[in-house]
Design a binder for this molecule. Sequence first.
Ligand SMILES: [Fe+2]
Length: 509
Amino acid sequence: MRGMKRRHAIAALSLPALALPAYVRHAPAADVPRFGLGIASGHPQPQGMVLWTRLTGEQLPDSVDVTWELAEDEAFQRIAARGTERAIADDAHTVHAEPAGLLPDRVHHYRFTALGQRSAAGRTRTAPAPGARVGRLDFAIASCQRYDVGHYAAWRHLAAQELDLVLFLGDYIYEYASSPLALRAHEGGVTLTLDDYRRRYAQYKSDPALQAAHAACPWLVVWDDHEVDNDYAALQGQNLQPDFGTRRSAAYRAWWEHMPVAKALRPLAVAGGSMRIHGSLDWGRLARIHLLDDRQYRDVQACPRPGRGGSNTVPLADCAALADPRRTLLGADQERWLAGNWALDRPWNLLAQQTLMTRFAWADPARGASYWTDGWDGYPAARQRLLGTVAERRVPGVVVLGGDVHAHYVADLKADFDDPRAPIIATEFCGTSISSLGLAQERVDAARGFNPHVHWARADQRGAMRFRLDDQTLDAQLLVVDNARDPMSSIGTQARFSVAARQPGALPG
Ligand SMILES: [Fe+2]
């Protein structure tokens, strides 16, 4: 084990953020790794996708031409598209290339060249044409990859599976400073400025398993709170900092720079500036994937602790604001957009969002059932509106996918969680963290009796969820690593569930 950690540490020495010895600084440019943060692809469309990289190494000119190639074969003999992008210092030398005019539903291979060096090659694909009959979709959901408390063995295993998509549901980085006891400490303190966030992304992206997962298939990405600040809500930070809008715009800018998302999303450096990341993608006639943003437009959390913002855990009786029907998690515009975006002509609607949607009452020995105000339990009227629309319009195959809470949850979503006979409207799979620590399992177990609609709740293991979807069935595999502190950990299956098309609700096995 010690040997593995040492090898990993040596690999990380090529990072630009580390102080390099003088002989490295003066080495010829060709010896400096220029693709030290890997490559990525994302947001596939029927005719294209986004290809991403960020140039590394010292003495980068302000502007560097980066060529990219996209081929139908691994040997790059049959080139489908190629082009040149300019990587500029203003964008941290990141590249967002957008090949167009490709054939739908095809695997492609891509690579970059710059400053006399060629990147590793990645595998990506186009989405099926919107009207195409599609046999199946293989994908994974993942979230919460706090670097200083764990390794990314889960990514190493996911990279080896031939997935069509990874849905990354938030907490790509964590903004914290590390404790002196950290497994692999964050460089620098709490991230506040654009430079801080850029350095943090660079450190995370130095991880070889994360690079492999990006290179293996295209990702759809949304953010949660830690890409900016724990528990932030719209323009309110958790400590009610007066300059939060400036910090948020730096964080959003760095997120855009480092994610394989459209070039057109590039935000202006305006304090409090917004950035639309919600949208949807059709996987042929099989599924519509809706991507939501539950951070940027939400009302602030109800009933916070005195003198601060962010989350709390409170009984309903102590918090009248929870019952306020005007409060929203998505914001009025996004709520309206989603209500009009459900696919009624496809068997599945996958709702990729950040956190746990099901009602989950916590057992408080003194005060009875209590609710965590940062998740959907803090916005019960908004949840009711969303599920109400699904029920009323008979939206087919709604499967809610989430992360954030560092536990594998599988639940039935109901119109009334207190009525055992209330109909099941949708099914929820909320995946555990890649590495971030979870709550004590005893606390989760103590709450199970309050929540009979929850089929599975395990906070004690790290991992991801893998899905296979066809027009009849969704199969879910709850993956967990044996030891998230070991980069070479094995992986296993904690549980399996399935959902039948036209029959909401999770079935074991
Ligand atoms: Fe998290």
